[in-house]
Design a protein around this ligand. Sequence first.
Ligand SMILES: [Zn+2]
Length: 288
Amino acid sequence: MRTTEEYRAMIPEEPPADLVAEMVRQELLDSGHMSFKCIGFEEAYARTRDDDFYMDLRESFRKRPALLWCSECEKEMLAEYLPSDSKKNEFGRRRIRYYDADFNEVVERSNADVIFCPSCGKKVVLRSAADLPRTEQKFMVVPTVAAGCLMLTKWCVERRQFVGGERLYKNAYEAYIVDGGCAVKLAHYKRGLYWNMLRLEEWKQNKRFEDRLTCPYFYDGAEGRPSLDGTPLENAKLWEYLDQSYEKNDFYPVAYLRLYAKHQQVENLITAGFAWLVADGIRRETNY
Ligand SMILES: [Zn+2]
């Protein structure tokens, strides 16, 4: 065991550079958004002269304009706005109509549809101004090794989308540190009233250990998995367990490593390909 101060110093200050890309790859997070709002004809005309303007995609400039903005290329474009009173689809979602070069035809799309941006080609979710601003928070656990300890840091990516803008915030919320045979947990937030999360000034070590990580979204991106060679976990078969169990939602890293600390033979089950059995046991024991 080390002091809280020592543990604090081991927690990474930055997430992997591709954390957001990895969340998108695992379909935890949408890739980006295209906002649209109804504007007047005069404003539409003025917008076509902006530096960020890509193209007028309406069939004719007499069609009612909607201003589109893509969060991936930050370009603006014009589409036809379909008034919600008469042309709502069966879900009552707001719609636009525009020329799509991929299909070589005029297409109709609704709020919340996934489209490919006509300018940059990236996959984005269409968001009506009435549906904005919106905020989403997604969590992913990133493994690193420091001072012979495995750290599992839970990062929160918060995305705020608004008309013509998008901001991303990345904050670490929890860190589980496997130090020899014991696990400690540090938190950077506490629960406020109504269960909202309040960020603390600094990492605090929890007095009572509690595994809230259970079966998390786990980072497996470009920075790779850290080597456990030379740590007490080098024979724990953690990455083999990950490979066997992740797709089946059977990967409980903290529970598994605590089990391993008590009964090292559990790695034999992983070697034999019985990750599901281990996960079953963990679930039964802890009521996850
Ligand atoms: Zn774009």
